[in-house]
Design a protein around this ligand. Structure first.
Ligand SMILES: Nc1ncnc2c1ncn2[C@@H]1O[C@H](COP(=O)(O)OP(=O)(O)OP(=O)(O)O)[C@@H](O)[C@H]1O
Length: 550
C-alpha cells in the first residue's frame, strides 16, 4: 500500500543527509545567541571578545555550507522519489490492462503521474525539514530553563499559541490542496477528451463552445488558489501577532529577573534571542503547506496504485489446435450482466464468426476470449488450460487481437507490426497476409517510416493492426478489425484467414453477413447470452437472425 510514510521511507538514502544538515543549521541557530551573549558580556566587562566574534563568524559559515548541502540533497531526494513513484504509477496503469484504470479519465491520470507525483515526492524532505525546524525552539526551551525557569514558562506559553495557529493552518490547507489537484486533473481530462474528438469538434463548428467547456473549471481553480492564499495570509498574520508575544513575554519576565538580580545582562540578551527562535516557528507555514500538497499527491497516487492489475500464471499452453472453451462465463460490471452464463466449446482451427446486434456483448466476449479482462464467474480455457493459469509470454504469443480502431505503438511502421523486431521475414509475411505491404512499400522509407509521420487511412491502420496480431499461433481475435476495409480487400484477408495454414482458431466479431457466411461456425449473441451456435446458412432461415444484419 502506498502511504505518506512509504513515500517518506523511499527517500531514506537522502533523508539522513537532509536531517543532519538541517540539524547543523538548527545547532548553529541555537548556539549563535549564546556566543553573541558571551560577546556582549565580554564587551561590557572589557575583557577579550575577539575569540567570541571569531566563533560567531565560524558558526555562520558552517550554517551557510549546511544550508547549501541541504538544498542539494532535498532536490536530489525529490527527483529520485518522483522517478520511483512515476515508474510505479506507469507500471500499474499499463499492467492494469483496459479494465484496470477504466474509472479514471486519461488527462487526470496524466496529471497524477506528472505534476502530482512531484508534489508527493516532497513528503520526505518537507517532513524532515519540519522536524528539524522544531529542534531550535525545543532547544530554546531547555536552554531558557537552564538560565531561569520563569523564562522557560513564559516562552512555553507563547509557543503553545504559535502551535495552535500552525495546527489550524495544516488542517485547512490539507483539504484545499487536494481539491486544487483534483480540479487540475479534471481540466486535463476535459482537454484530453477534446483532443480525442477534435475532428468532430472542428466538423461541428463548436470550437468556441469546446474552449469554454475546457476552461469552465478555471474559476473553481482560481477560487481554490485564493482560498489557499487566504489561509496562508490569515495564518501568517496570526503567527506574526503571536510570534512577537513570545518575545514580549520572555523580555518582560527577563527584565524582572534582571532587576531582581537573578540573571545577567548577557543572559537576558541570550534569552531574547531564544525567544525569537520560538516566534520563528510561525515561519513553518511554508513547509506545512508543502506537506499538505505532498499528502494530496500521495493520496492521488495511492488511488491509482490500488487499482487491480491482471495477474498471470506460470503455465505454458500445450501443443494443440486452439480449442477455445467457455465454461459458465459471466461478466458483471456496474451492476449490469454483460455476458450471462456462456458455455461454449469451439473446435480448434475453426473460423468462428461472432454476431449480434449492437450492445449484445460481442466485444466483451472477445475481450474475455483474449484475456483482456477476466470473467466475474466461470473460466475460459485454450487447449484445456485456463487462461488465468498461463504465463504472460505464453498467452501473448498464442493469442493475438486486432481492433476496429487500432492504436499503433512503436517508432516505425515495422515496429508497429512487430514491436520486438525479431524477424524482418515475419514482419513481411504478416504485412503481406494482411495486405498492408502494398501501401507500406509505397511509403518513402517503407517499414522504417516514422509512425508519426506516416499518413494513413482508417483501412490502412486496420491492416497494420491486423498484421501486428498475425503472428499469434493459437488464437486470433478480430473485433470488427476489418470494418474499414473495402469489400475486395476484406474478402482477400478473409480468404487468407480461412486458408491460413497455421491451424489456429480465428474468432471474428463482425456485422457483415458475407464474413459470417465464410466462417465454419457462427456464435449468435443477444443481450449477453448465446442465442445459437450453428452455421450461417442454417441460422439464415431465422428471420430474427437476418434482422441482426439489418
Ligand atoms: N466496463 C463496462 N461497464 C459497464 N458496462 C459495459 C462495460 N463495457 C461494456 N459495457 C456495456 O456492455 C454492453 C455490451 O458491450 P459490447 O461492446 O460488448 O457490445 P457489442 O456487441 O460489441 O456492440 P457493438 O456491435 O456496437 O460494438 C454495452 O451495453 C456496453 O455499454
Amino acid at each position: 500500500m502506498t502511504t505518506f510514510g512509504s513515500v517518506v521511507k523511499h527517500g531514506r538514502g537522502w533523508l539522513p543527509l537532509i536531517g543532519f544538515n538541517a540539524l547543523i543549521g538548527s545547532g548553529v541557530t541555537l548556539a549563535l545567541p549564546t556566543i553573541l551573549g558571551h560577546s556582549v558580556d565580554s564587551i561590557v566587562a572589557g575583557t577579550g571578545y575577539t575569540q567570541w566574534l571569531m566563533a560567531a563568524a565560524g558558526l555562520i559559515a558552517l550554517g551557510v555550507v549546511a544550508s547549501l548541502i541541504d538544498a542539494f540533497a532535498g532536490a536530489a531526494c525529490v527527483a529520485e522519489t518522483t522517478a520511483w513513484l512515476r515508474h510505479r504509477l506507469v507500471k500499474q496503469i499499463v499492467h492494469g490492462g483496459p479494465e484496470g484504470t477504466r474509472g479514471f479519465e486519461t488527462g487526470d491520470l496524466v496529471t497524477r503521474v506528472s505534476a502530482n507525483a512531484t508534489d508527493a515526492a516532497q513528503a520526505g524532505p518537507a517532513t524532515v525539514t519540519a522536524i528539524a525546524a522544531v529542534a531550535p525552539p525545543a532547544g530554546s526551551l531547555v536552554l531558557l530553563a537552564v538560565i531561569d525557569p520563569w523564562l522557560a514558562a513564559a516562552f512555553f506559553g507563547g509557543v503553545l499559541l504559535v502551535i495552535a495557529v500552525l495546527w489550524t493552518f495544516a488542517r485547512r490547507t490539507a483539504d484545499v490542496s487536494l481539491a486544487y489537484q483534483e480540479t487540475q486533473g479534471r481540466i486535463a481530462s476535459l482537454l484530453s477528451e477534446s483532443l480525442t474528438g477534435i475532428r468532430t469538434i472542428a466538423a461541428a463548428g463548436t470550437t468556441s463552445r469546446e474552449e469554454r467547456r475546457i476552461l469552465r473549471l478555471l474559476p473553481e481553480l482560481h477560487k481554490q488558489g485564493v482560498v489557499t492564499w487566504r489561509i496562508l495570509a490569515r495564518s501568517g498574520a496570526q503567527a506574526a501577532v503571536v510570534g512577537p508575544l513570545v518575545l514580549v513575554a520572555v523580555l518582560a519576565v527577563g527584565g524582572l529577573q534582571l532587576v531582581a538580580g537573578q540573571i545577567t545582562a548577557g543572559e537576558l540578551f541570550a534569552a531574547s534571542q531564544y525567544a525569537v527562535l520560538g516566534a520563528g516557528l510561525g515561519n513553518l507555514t511554508g513547509v506545512i503547506g508543502e506537506i499538505a500538497r505532498a499528502r494530496a499527491g500521495v493520496h492521488r497516487a495511492a488511488d491509482v496504485l490500488s487499482t487491480e492489475t491482471i495477474g498471470y500464471g506460470t503455465l505454458p499452453i500445450p501443443t494443440g489446435p486452439g480449442q477455445l472453451t467457455f465454461d459458465s462465463v459471466s461478466v458483471v460490471a456496474g451492476g449490469n450482466v454483460l455476458l450471462d452464463n456462456v458455455t461454449l466449446d469451439l473446435p480448434g482451427g475453426a473460423t468462428v464468426a461472432v454476431v449480434g446486434p449492437t450492445g449484445a456483448g460481442k466485444s466483451i466476449f472477445a475481450a474475455v476470449a483474449a484475456r483482456l479482462r477476466d470473467p466475474s464467474i466461470g473460466q475460459v480455457s485454450l487447449d484445456g488450460v485456463p487462461l488465468q493459469a498461463v504465463s504472460r509470454r505464453a498467452l501473448r504469443s498464442a493469442v493475438g487481437c486486432a481492433f476496429e480502431r487500432p492504436q499503433l505503438v512503436g517508432r516505425t511502421i515495422g515496429e508497429a507490426i512487430e514491436p520486438r523486431a525479431v524477424s524482418p521475414v515475419r514482419t513481411l509475411a504478416a504485412a503481406r497476409a494482411t495486405h498492408a505491404h502494398d501501401f507500406v512499400s509505397r511509403l518513402p522509407d517503407g517499414y522504417f517510416t516514422s509512425l508519426r509521420k506516416a499518413p494513413m487511412s482508417g483501412g490502412e491502420r486496420q491492416r497494420l493492426g491486423l498484421a501486428r496480431a498475425w503472428s499469434a499461433n493459437r488464437l486470433l481475435v478480430l473485433d470488427d478489425a476489418t470494418s474499414s476495409l473495402d469489400t475486395a480487400t476484406e474478402l482477400q484477408i478473409s480468404r487468407t484467414l480461412t486458408e491460413d495454414r497455421h491451424h489456429r482458431t480465428r474468432l471474428i466479431i463482425t456485422h457483415r453477413p458475407a464474413t459470417a457466411a465464410r466462417a465454419d461456425l457462427v456464435v449468435w449473441l443477444d443481450h449477453g447470452q448465446v442465442r445459437a451456435v450453428a452455421q450461417h446458412a442454417d441460422l439464415w432461415q431465422n428471420s430474427s437472425y437476418r434482422e441482426v444484419f439489418g
